[in-house]
Design a protein around this ligand. Structure first.
Ligand SMILES: Nc1ncnc2c1ncn2[C@@H]1O[C@H](COP(=O)(O)OP(=O)(O)OP(=O)(O)O)[C@@H](O)[C@H]1O
Length: 236
């Protein structure tokens, strides 16, 4: 199976702090979830792939082409879109204006109309400003903006954070569909259910490295691993 995105021995330091300590990871046609406790370096990995932080050693390749050092806007143009953690909307722009800002001309799978079909709630809120949206609506808008770039790969940093369970279910459906249509999906999640519902393979990050990769089913059944790697307690 050929790799869409290949990360090899990636290192990031912030001053004395060695945050990514040699991350190696491959994203192919199947979605991949990345889980791990807070502070392990998941967001930093997303930022390093996007060139939003500088990695001094290692490589990040998209279809074999090196992405490191080319800058975030070129990474985006090559076809990698990030849905950052925490959403970040423009308070003074309406939903519709947010979408028009990123919509591309020409024939593409994702259009503003398709966004409104996929997220009917956004259609209802199209004239509302970014500051008038609920957390779930903001997350749908953030995801929609990434999809409208019609990227080869979408990287989502904890998209389910703070969402009501019914919205999380919708999010899982959408992510599965996106992946089934052939977009690469790298999903960073704290919510184990989301991670193991979207992808069959889960990579686990511990202190700046991928400690292990296991099947979603294996991880769902292995409470010891959940406790060890994710701090999930089942409260006996
Ligand atoms: N710009 C920065 N400067 C200095 N330290 C940073 C910077 N960004 C992140 N860190 C540190 O790097 C470590 C990893 O952070 P990161 O956000 O990547 O973790 P994470 O696994 O995504 O956790 P979370 O789920 O809490 O976001 C943390 O100790 C954090 O304080």
């Amino acid at each position: 199976m050929s790799a869409l995105l290949e990360v090899r021995d990636l290192h990031v330091r912030f001053g004395q702090a060695h945050i990514l300590q040699g991350v190696s990871m491959t994203l192919g046609a199947e979605p991949l979830s990345l889980v791990g406790r807070n502070g392990m370096g998941k967001s930093t990995l997303c930022h390093a792939i996007m060139n939003m932080v500088a990695a001094k050693e290692g490589s990040v390749r998209l279809d074999g082409d090196d992405l490191l050092g080319i800058g975030p806007s070129r990474v985006a143009r090559r076809g990698v879109a990030l849905v950052p953690q925490g959403r970040r909307m423009f308070p003074s722009l309406s939903v519709h204006e947010h979408l028009l800002l990123v919509a591309r001309r020409g024939e593409h799978p994702w259009t503003v109309d398709r966004v409104y079909e996929t997220f009917p709630r956004l259609a209802e809120r199209r004239r509302n400003g970014g500051n008038q949206l609920s957390g779930g609506e903001q997350q749908m808008l953030a995801i929609s903006r990434a999809l409208l770039m019609n990227p080869r790969i979408v990287i989502m940093d904890e998209p389910s954070e703070g969402l009501a369970p019914v919205i999380v279910d919708h999010l899982i459906d959408v992510l599965r569909k996106i992946a089934a249509e052939g977009m690469g999906v790298l999903l960073v999640e704290q919510n184990l259910r989301v991670a193991t519902s979207v992808s069959e393979t889960v990579a686990i990050m511990v202190t700046g490295r991928i400690a292990t990769t296991m099947s979603a089913r294996q991880l769902d059944e292995d409470r010891d691993a959940q406790r060890r790697y994710l701090g999930v307690s089942h409260g006996h």
